[in-house]
Structure formats: structure tokens, C-alpha cells
Design a binder for this molecule. Structure first.
Ligand code: SAM
Length: 274
């Protein structure tokens, strides 16, 4: 195994005090990082996109697992530490300084498939997740998402119908993907520790049901869960064609959003006029 200095030493040597504004909570436990890197399976020779490598804790675990990593980091202070990693793993690591929200990720891999792993900054986490899951082109070029979220958000992503956690995020993640809670991560594992617990979610894309309905599905779930305590006949009033769709499908308009499973939402979206 390549000998690298402990992460705490890297942070000290490069003066990387965690910035609140950039959502920085670093992981130093190399065993934990190796377990996270193992979630998507064997990474030997595989392309990986890592968003927000920071001082490179997860990055070194990915490199040790044999991945070819392209990492996007916004904080220029982290670049020297990442350059040292690139030197230790020749030809395996490319670092791009920039905002992951503004870059076309597919372009970075020339159309070849890649796994995405990230200890996401919480403030951009859901925005990136929505973008990765919401693309019109399906199946996507990414092969899996392995992402750190606040535990409460992770639970909303994997939620099943019937509870208060079930909503737009669950439908978005599950209508053409399989979403699993891969592991919980205690707040004390981070430096500095965030206020809440975290969890890793693993999503693999599933075959897309025929027809592109992403935008319609988004309109339906936004309206339905926007007034989640109301009956569908009330909450879907403003979505043209939605009440007719319920009738055609035999879905009782007196039901509330959280009782509809993902397949029912997709069926309603399909019936909406274009
Ligand atoms: N991966 C490291 C770890 O596990 O210790 C750092 C995780 S820290 C929660 C999030 C990292 O994402 C920070 O290094 C931060 O600078 C970076 N970051 C924040 N917003 C970003 C963005 N929009 N694009 C790319 N990186 C971003």
C-alpha cells in the first residue's frame, strides 16, 4: 500500500482549517473511508467522479481501491494536498478546481461510464442529486451514486409510501433507480462534527419505463407533496389533466400523496397531456 502521511498531518501541513461556508466536514478515519470506497463494489480500473475531495481522505481510499479518479474541488487551498496524492498514484488522479454545479460531468469522461462517490457538502448535495437523477437522457453515463447525506435526507431518499419521510425525493430516486441506505455515519466521525447524523445512500439506475416523463412526474409530485395533508382532488387541481388521469387509472381522488406508490405516480404522469 502506498505510504501516505496521516490526514491530520496533511491538514496541518497545508493549513486547511475547515470552512463553514464551503460545507467542510472532513473524514479522517481511513478504515471508514475504505468501507465507503467499497460500497459500489470493485473499483479496479474503473472511472470515478468525486465531488468535493477536500484534503483527499476519500480520494486516497478510492485510489488505493484501484480507481481512476476525476475530482472536482472548489476550494483552491486543497489543491497542493491533492497534487501530492496525484504524485503518489501516477496517472490515477485528475483534479479540477471548480464548482461541480456548473460543470458537465459527462464531458469529463468522454462518454465513458463512471461511478460517482462523494462526501457532499450538504448545501449542494440535494441539488446535485436532483440533477443526476433528473436527467432526460436515460440510462445515464454514471453507473452508481454513493453519496453522503444528512441521515434525515438519506431516509427521505429511501422512504417507502405511507410515512412522513416519503415525498418528492423518494419518488425521484426510486422511479428509475434502486436506492439503498448503505451505512450510517456517526457525527463524531467528522472534523468538525456536524450537528446531525449522516448516512451513505447508494443508488443504481434502473431501466427507464417507456416514454420520457421526468418533467411531468416532477410537476405531479411537486403539487401532490406541496399540500401533502390534502386529498389529491384538492392538491392536484392546478395540474392540467391530473384529475382525469386519476379517474382513468381508478385512483381514488380522496387519497393523499403519501399513500401513492412510485408506480402510481409514474402512471399518473404518463397520462398527463403534453
Ligand atoms: N471529501 C472530503 C472528506 O470526506 O473529508 C471533504 C468533504 S467536505 C463535507 C465537502 C467538500 O466539498 C469540501 O472540500 C468543499 O470545499 C467542497 N465543495 C463545496 N462546494 C463545492 C462545489 N460546489 N463543487 C465542488 N466542491 C465543493
Amino acid at each position: 500500500m502506498t505510504n501516505l502521511p496521516p490526514l491530520r498531518e496533511v491538514i496541518a501541513a497545508h493549513g486547511l482549517s475547515a470552512s463553514k461556508a464551503l460545507g467542510q466536514n472532513f473524514l479522517f478515519d481511513e478504515q471508514l473511508l475504505a468501507r465507503i470506497a467499497a460500497v459500489p463494489g470493485d473499483l479496479t480500473g474503473r472511472n470515478v467522479l468525486e465531488v468535493g475531495p477536500g484534503p483527499g481522505g476519500l480520494t486516497r481510499a478510492l485510489l488505493r481501491a484501484g480507481a481512476r479518479v476525476t475530482a472536482i474541488e472548489m476550494d483552491h487551498r486543497c489543491l497542493p494536498a491533492l497534487a501530492e496524492l496525484a504524485e503518489a498514484f501516477p496517472g490515477q488522479l485528475t483534479v479540477i478546481q471548480g464548482d461541480a454545479l456548473k460543470l458537465d460531468h459527462d464531458l469529463l469522461f468522454d462518454g465513458t461510464p463512471y461511478a460517482i462517490l462523494s462526501n457532499l457538502p450538504y448545501n449542494v448535495g440535494t441539488a446535485l442529486f436532483t440533477r443526476w437523477m433528473g436527467g432526460e437522457d436515460w440510462p445515464p453515463n454514471w453507473t452508481s451514486l454513493t453519496l453522503m447525506f444528512q441521515q434525515e435526507v438519506a431516509q427521505r431518499i429511501v422512504a417507502q409510501p405511507g410515512g412522513s419521510a416519503y415525498g418528492r425525493l423518494a419518488v425521484l430516486a426510486q422511479w428509475r433507480g434502486t436506492a439503498k441506505l448503505a451505512m450510517k455515519v456517526h457525527r463524531s466521525a467528522f472534523t468538525p462534527p456536524p450537528k446531525v447524523m449522516s448516512a451513505i445512500v447508494h443508488v443504481t439506475p434502473a431501466a427507464m419505463p417507456e416514454g420520457v416523463v421526468a418533467a411531468k412526474l416532477e410537476a405531479i409530485t411537486a403539487a401532490a407533496f406541496g399540500q401533502r395533508r390534502k386529498m389529491l382532488r384538492q392538491s392536484l387541481k392546478g395540474v392540467p389533466g391530473a384529475l382525469d388521469a386519476l379517474e382513468t387509472l381508478g385512483i381514488d381522488p380522496q387519497r393523499r400523496a403519501e399513500t401513492l406508490d412510485v408506480a402510481e405516480f409514474v402512471a399518473v404522469a404518463r397520462k398527463l397531456p403534453t
